[in-house]
Ligand binder design. Structure first.
Ligand code: ARG
Length: 456
């Protein structure tokens, strides 16, 4: 294996040592960022006079050629991406390539590369969040008056609308979008030029490289810049949170596409068959999203354990931030897309949902509210309607029973309030199903704006 070091060593490292420490296969994911970071560094070396202008120009031209030719030309019998790029640069421009590593270290390089890569991926994930929000908003618009059971404790509680339900998920993704913007703002500072841990005596211009790479500025402390991986933990945490919410959607789709519920039919392009039972339509994608959420949580806790008690200064332990990070980011990106497809093509069985909303005595609260609105203390009303529910034994009470409970003056209004559609639409307090128009308008404004802007 070819290395960037060895002058001080007499013997070769053991093959197992090479294999155990090698990260090139993982690193290839951010080869572009590594070369871009080197271009900014080389330009700065020329502009500050640390290298002759002609040398800096050759370095930049060689690196630009590497960007154009792509990663397939990079050697892979090397320790990491930094070695690969420097060796390839030597093949392209000759010995002057050896000047590139002036006033920097792989420690500040890898920290810079990871931030650049993460920034790009989070930008892409933000776009996918917005796409899913668009799908949810359209579904909510279509199903504004589509009544379904609302659940608490997994038991039918009060009738709601599918519109309210879809918008509930919409807001979760608005918060995730905002979280992504926050963490990006926190980590968008540049470690480059911190060198190994302590800066350098060369008169480098860290502000110039930070600016060129689109950072808000340089990380102020060289030791912190090369030691900090809290931005990786932030990204792993947000990834786990996004997956958590996707797993909740997945679980609903799994439950609701089952025969007992039958609220939804997932389209052919997101369902799979069984090799033995010909009639089966399995929601495998939703199950995989639900299951792999465990990996996203594990990647966060796993790397948190790696970072725990790690002393300041670069430690090789942190090399292992990347496999988990890449897995979580890929998982989030794919799962967001799959969820968008599942929801965009889902066929909701609205009559069935409406029927389920009417089953049981799901409008019991409406009756208690009616009595309370006519002056009876709510607690007493709750008691009366509770007895009515008991006598109806899990079903909807008959008119005679209602008459007995509420009296002749209120019986007509009480019977009307047993209608689940009326029940849902009448709850028009801020945020209720009867007030959905307000949310839909607000959501449309947020979606039209670039980025996420606000959490609500
Ligand atoms: N592959 C290393 C990483 O990802 C690059 C930095 C190596 N630095 C060192 N001193 N060995 O962290």
């Amino acid at each position: 294996m070819r290395k960037l070091w060895g002058g001080a060593f007499d013997g070769d490292s053991d093959d197992l040592v090479d294999r155990f420490g090698q990260s090139i296969q993982t690193d290839l994911r951010f080869w572009h960022q590594d070369v871009a970071g080197s271009i900014a560094h080389a330009r700065m070396l020329g502009e500050t006079g640390i290298l002759a202008k002609s040398d800096a120009r050759r370095l930049v031209e060689g690196l630009e050629q590497i960007l154009t030719e792509g990663p397939s030309k990079l050697p892979q019998d090397v320790e990491d991406i930094h070695t690969a790029v420097e060796l390839r640069l030597g093949e392209v421009i000759g010995d002057v390539a050896g000047k590139l590593h002036t006033a920097r270290s792989r420690n500040d390089q890898v920290a810079t590369d990871t931030r650049l890569y993460l920034r790009a991926r989070l930008g892409e994930i933000g776009g996918r969040l917005k796409k899913l929000q668009q799908v949810l908003l359209e579904s909510a618009r279509r199903h504004r008056r589509a009544v379904m059971p609302g659940y608490t404790h997994q038991q039918p509680a009060q009738p709601i609308t599918l519109g309210l339900h879809q918008m509930a998920h919409f807001w979760a993704f608005q918060r995730h979008g905002r979280r992504i913007e926050w963490i990006t703002e926190w980590f968008n500072f540049c470690p480059l030029g911190s060198a190994a841990l302590a800066g350098t005596w060369f008169p480098i211009d860290r502000h110039a490289t930070a600016r060129e790479l689109g950072f808000s500025g340089p990380v102020p402390n060289a030791l912190d810049a090369t030691s900090d991986r809290s931005f990786v933990l932030d990204a792993l945490h947000v990834s786990a949170l996004v997956m958590l919410d996707l797993s909740r959607i997945a679980q609903e789709l799994i439950l609701w596409s089952g025969a007992e519920s039958g609220f939804v039919r997932l389209a052919d392009n997101v369902t799979t068959g069984s090799s033995i039972m010909p009639q089966k339509r399995n929601p495998d994608m939703a199950e995989l999203i639900r299951g792999r959420t465990g990996r996203a949580i594990g990647n966060w806790t796993g790397f948190a354990a790696t970072m725990k008690a790690l002393p300041l200064g670069y430690n090789r332990d942190t090399q292992d931030d990347k496999p988990g990070l890449f897995e979580s980011l890929d998982l989030v990106a794919d799962s967001l897309r799959l969820t968008s497809i599942m929801l965009e093509t889902a066929e909701w069985n609205l009559p069935r949902m409406r029927k389920a909303a009417a089953a049981g005595f799901s409008t019991a609260t409406d009756l208690a509210d009616l009595l309370a609105s006519r002056g009876m203390p709510f607690r007493e009303a709750h008691e009366i309607v509770g007895r009515l529910a008991k006598s109806a034994a899990g079903g909807t009470p008959r008119r005679e029973a209602v008459l007995e409970a509420v009296g002749p003056d209120l019986v007509d209004e009480a019977m009307a309030r047993l209608d689940p559609v009326r029940s849902a639409m009448a709850r028009s307090s801020f945020g209720g199903p009867g007030d959905l128009g307000r949310q839909l308008r607000r959501a449309a404004i947020l979606l039209r704006r670039p980025g996420f802007g606000s959490a609500v």
